[in-house]
Design a binder for this molecule. Structure first.
Ligand code: HEC
Ligand SMILES: [Cu+2]
Length: 334
């Protein structure tokens, strides 16, 4: 290959690799931690990056020195003097890696154990996370609240997560708050997270789980404790009275077509196959992926599989006017 082509190939590979790493999503950067767990994990990553960079510089330095110092010279037709069985050299390049590995191992192991310990105390929030193809349920056992797709947490509070799956393996990943934890059939895994500042943190399923794995998104919504309290109050005493004729008709249609799968707190709708829709009007997203607008709610109801292929929500046979009525009912769930 001509040198010009080689450089071209290298650049193309570099660009493709960057594209694959997902560094284009600033809201999902591990390098921008928003809480203590992600910060501790980043410090371990940086420690190994520094050590590896040091090794790279020293090794490349030695390589360059040797290339120049021992390059073949005019009139020289024998290889330079060969070194073999030099005990001092061998001891050096055995001991240095052992020391570097120890420097890396001690903080890594202590951090792993520290993060594994379940936080206790009165200021800890417990949440049960249940993943299903292709959505997330968040249950607050101490508050009597169930919600979906958006995990509300108070800032400055440790949140214990108990992670379970109802079907295949999934993985809970909110890059700015913590590394991934798998949800494994028949097992309960645990982890904890904490957000230092209010904000919305993008989460994703990180274990291939079927056709809509790539859109199995969720949000962690961190609010200051007073706002979080207001949210829990709304969720415990939701407004469920449909306002207006369309919403009243929508409620009837919902009872006939949707309530077998969906619950709404404060009503007789108690279906458990799909996400709990209490306070749905306050959600930022529909099904975790579409902005929560009237148009998108109608789009979702008319053909869920067009948004999330393989979803367990069926296409319900309703006409456009009926879909608008159901959407009006959902818009009133505050
Ligand atoms: C057979 C069960 C089933 C029926 C019937 C059903 N759904 Fe669903 N629904 C689901 C499932 C499962 C999901 C989660 C889909 C996903 O995100 O993969 C869902 C998701 C939704 C969502 C998004 C929720 C969120 O958290 O963002 C809305 C809104 C919704 N359904 C409304 C309806 C309406 C309105 C009807 C009736 C016209 C209906 N559903 C009928 C199972 C059902
Ligand atoms: Cu997945």
């Amino acid at each position: 290959m001509r040198p010009k082509h080689r450089i071209g190939l290298l650049l193309t590979t570099a660009v493709l690799l960057l594209g694959l790493t997902g560094c284009q999503r600033a809201d999902m950067s591990v390098l921008d931690p928003a809480g203590p767990v992600a910060k501790m994990q980043l410090s371990i990553i940086m420690l190994s990056v520094y050590i590896m960079s040091g090794i790279f510089v020293v090794a490349m330095g030695i390589l360059l020195y040797v290339l120049i110092r021992y390059r073949s010279r005019r009139g020289q037709n024998q290889p330079p003097k060969q070194v073999e069985g030099n005990n001092v050299l061998e001891a050096i390049w055995t001991i240095i890696p052992v020391i570097l590995l120890a420097i890396l191992a001690v903080p890594t192991v202590t951090t792993a154990f520290a993060l594994d310990a379940k936080p206790t105390g009165s200021n800890v929030l417990n949440v049960k996370v249940k993943a299903s193809q292709f959505w997330w349920q968040f249950e607050y056992p101490d508050l009597g609240i169930v919600t979906a797709q958006e995990l509300h947490i108070p800032t400055g509070t440790k949140v214990n997560l108990q992670l379970e799956t109802t079907d295949v393996m999934h993985s809970f990943w909110v890059p700015r708050l913590a590394g991934k934890t798998d949800l494994i059939p028949g097992r309960t895994n645990t982890m904890w997270i904490q957000a230092d500042q209010p904000g919305e943190f993008q989460g994703k399923c990180a274990e291939y789980c079927g056709p809509s794995h790539g859109v199995m998104d969720f949000l962690v919504v961190a609010e200051d404790p007073r706002q979080f309290q207001a949210w829990t109050d709304r969720m415990k005493h939701p407004q469920v009275q449909p306002a207006g004729d369309a919403a009243v008709e929508g409620e009837k249609l919902f009872a006939q077509n949707c309530a077998s799968c969906h619950s709404v707190a404060g009503t007789n709708f108690k279906g458990a196959l799909g996400p709990n829709l209490t306070g749905f009007a306050d959600r930022i997203k529909v099904a975790g992926v579409l902005e929560n607008t009237d148009e998108n709610v109608r789009r979702w109801i008319s053909d869920p599989a067009a948004v999330k292929p393989g979803t367990k929500m069926p296409k319900v046979p309703l006409n456009e006017q009926q879909i608008s009525a159901v959407a009006a009912f959902l818009r009133d769930l505050k």
